[in-house]
Each structure stands twice: as structure tokens, then as C-alpha cells.
Design a protein around this ligand. Structure first.
Ligand code: KG4
Ligand code: ZN
Length: 344
């Protein structure tokens, strides 16, 4: 499969990270990410500002990715880009840039589904982790981030079946919205995780939603946390400050329970015990601990990519690009961005 060296330049701009990467086959030569700080002031991603920042960042980020890889644009064999899903204004920047560059260099253009990128990020060969083994097929992928919550049965590189997804908020949003209720700055997920380490997850009870099949729902949890905090702070204005660790541990514990319940159900339904997680929320210590416990208890094999490949990044788009290159799966100059783009 890897007799020749193929260099892919990959571009990711689906949300609020502008990223470019260069891969030599599965190997990451560079992976540059410009994270847009501007959204912090607004408590969430502002689409209009995101597209503007992508426009500012894209040329320097691509330039840097080539420099770090020590390659020239003329060394690149194909350009891969995120076609969707994501914010339309953000996707348009990466899509238009990729199309123009591919045309200018007269090389093939490869369109990539961002969610396939998250799943196949496990196959990036990283110089920092040379002996890391990727998941073997079939495996169950759990993609958890600020924008996504999806359980996917991965039978092969391009044979994926969505088993379930969120019906409302993504799990990262559940963390961030809960954090906002507690008065934490955006994004509050990592702060909840930090305070939770000192707290008791059973201190407060939040309801586990009853959602059919392998789908998720997090909006009810957010509402119950809001009412709970309103009720308690009306009685004691220092309630949050005095119980911060326990509140955070209880919120995190509930979210982890919701996720684990569905992963267990997916394992039971498919008989597959190979689990691969991805997305920014895979940094969460509660979910990591729960998966480690389950792997011992139930004999699961759990894969967690390096954090750099969990959050949005172009290296994961490059891996999909490389795999598509091998089967001549190219697109053309008529391709357009797709805000809603399902995994087939
Ligand atoms: O993948 P990501 O960087 O961006 C996208 O959403 O695409 O994920 C960011 C999300 C945010 O919601 C953030 O609060 C959450 O991941 N997050 C965490 C942790 N680290 C990041 N949530 C809980 N615990 C963490 N340690
Ligand atoms: Zn993502």
C-alpha cells in the first residue's frame, strides 16, 4: 500500500480552527492550527467572525504547514479539504482556497467529510507516538466535541454506519452551557473537569434522559441544572462558590453516565469491543477514567488519539485525503461546501 510517497496538503476550516497539514502517506509532517480566540468574548462561536478569521489565517497557516514539512507547494501531490459538515461561511473559505490552489498547481482535489476525519484520525502516524497501533476493524467510534456527538460503527475506512447521534446539544455544548450557568468563562468544559477532580459525583442528582436507541440528548440536563442552580442560589447566594467541586463532579458524572450507557448499548448491539474516541471532549478525565474501567471490566480495547488529533485539525483531513488518493477518489472544480453532510 505504501510503496510510493504521496504528499497530501490538507485544509480544515469547518468551525473556528483554521488548520493546514502535510502528510506523507499516513505520516504527519506538519499540522498547524490557528485557534480563533475572538469567540471567547462572546461565550460561543460567532459564525460571521469565524469566516473572517479563516480568511485572515488561511494563507499564513498553509504557508507554515509547508515550511514545517520542509516542502514546496510543487512537492504536493493532491489537496484535501473539509467539504462539510460545519458552518457554511467557514467551510467556504477552506473550500474556495483548496479549489484555487489545486487549480493553480494542476493537481487533484479531494473532498473530505469532517466526521470521517475525526474517526480516521486514529490512523495518523505521529512521530511522537511511533508505536501506537490504530484500531482494527470493525470498531465503534465515539466522536464527542463542542459540535458533535456521534456513535459510529466503522467496518472499514469508508464503510461507516451511524449508530446514534445527539438529538439536540452536543456533549461539549452540555459542558459549556452548564459552565456558563455556573458563571465560568467560555469554553467551560475544561474548567468543569478541573473542579470535578476535587468533588463528589454523587453529591447532587441530575436526571439521565430516556432517549431511544443509541441517540443522545443533553438539552434536558442543561435545563435541570439551570433550575437547580436558580433554586439553590435563591436560598443561599454563595451556593455555587461553596459547592463548586461537588456541582462540577455531579454534572460531569451525569454526562459520563449518559455517554457510557450508550457505548455499552452499542457494544451489546454490535458485539464489537474495540472503542475509539475522538473530539475535544475526549480530553475529559471522567470519560477517560470510565473507559479505562470498562476496558478492564468488559475486555474492551480503548483508543484515544493524541489531543492534537482530537480537536479539529487538518491532519485528520489529510489521512482521509490519502486514503481517497489511493483509490483515485477525486472531486472537481464544481464541488461546493456542504453545511449538512452525513456520513453515508
Ligand atoms: O473538538 P473541539 O476542540 O471543537 C469542536 O467542537 O469542534 O471541542 C471543544 C469542546 C468544547 O465544548 C470544550 O468545552 C470541550 O471540547 N472540552 C472539554 C474538555 N476539554 C475540551 N469538555 C470537558 N472536559 C474537558 N477536559
Ligand atoms: Zn470536529
Amino acid at each position: 500500500m505504501e510503496n510510493t510517497s504521496i504528499h497530501i496538503l490538507a485544509i480544515e476550516s469547518s468551525c473556528d480552527d483554521t488548520s493546514a497539514a502535510v502528510l506523507k502517506n499516513f505520516k504527519r509532517l506538519s499540522n498547524v492550527v490557528a485557534t480563533q480566540k475572538i469567540h471567547e468574548a462572546y461565550g460561543g462561536v460567532v459564525p460571521e467572525l469565524a469566516s473572517r478569521a479563516h480568511q485572515q489565517n488561511i494563507v499564513p497557516v498553509v504557508d507554515q504547514a509547508l515550511k514545517v514539512a520542509a516542502l514546496k507547494a510543487s512537492d504536493i501531490d493532491a489537496i484535501a479539504f473539509t467539504r462539510g459538515p460545519g458552518l457554511m461561511g467557514s467551510l467556504l473559505v477552506g473550500t474556495s482556497f483548496a479549489k484555487s490552489l489545486a487549480m493553480g498547481l494542476d493537481i487533484p482535489l479531494i473532498e473530505v467529510n469532517h466526521m470521517q476525519g475525526h474517526v480516521l484520525a486514529h490512523f495518523i502516524e505521529s512521530p511522537e507516538q511511533p508505536s501506537k497501533t490504530p484500531p482494527s476493524f470493525p470498531f465503534i467510534a465515539l466522536t464527542i466535541s463542542g459540535g458533535h456527538t456521534q456513535l459510529i460503527l466503522v467496518k472499514d475506512f469508508f464503510d461507516m454506519e451511524v449508530l446514534g447521534e445527539t438529538l439536540d446539544d452536543a456533549v461539549g455544548e452540555a459542558f459549556d452551557k452548564s459552565a456558563k450557568i455556573l458563571g465560568f468563562p467560555y469554553p467551560g468544559g475544561p474548567l468543569i473537569d478541573r473542579f470535578a477532580q476535587e468533588g463528589n459525583p454523587n453529591a447532587f442528582d441530575f436526571p439521565i434522559p430516556k432517549v431511544k436507541d443509541l441517540n443522545f440528548s443533553f438539552s434536558g440536563l442543561k435545563t435541570s441544572i439551570l433550575y437547580f442552580i436558580q433554586r439553590e442560589t435563591a436560598k443561599n447566594s454563595s451556593f455555587i462558590e461553596e459547592n463548586k467541586a461537588d456541582i462540577c463532579a455531579s454534572i460531569q458524572g451525569t454526562i459520563v453516565k449518559i455517554l457510557m450507557q450508550k457505548v455499552k448499548k452499542a457494544v451489546a448491539q454490535t458485539g464489537v469491543k474495540e472503542i475509539a474516541i475522538g473530539g475535544g471532549v475526549s480530553a475529559n478525565s471522567g470519560i477517560r477514567e470510565a473507559l479505562a474501567t470498562a476496558s478492564k471490566k468488559y475486555g474492551w480495547t480503548v483508543h484515544i488519539p493524541a489531543f492534537e488529533y482530537c480537536t479539529d485539525n487538518a491532519a485528520m483531513i489529510g489521512v482521509v485525503g490519502y486514503l481517497k488518493y489511493l483509490v483515485n477518489d477525486f472531486t472537481n472544480q464544481k464541488v461546493t461546501a456542504k453545511a449538512r453532510y452525513l456520513i453515508k
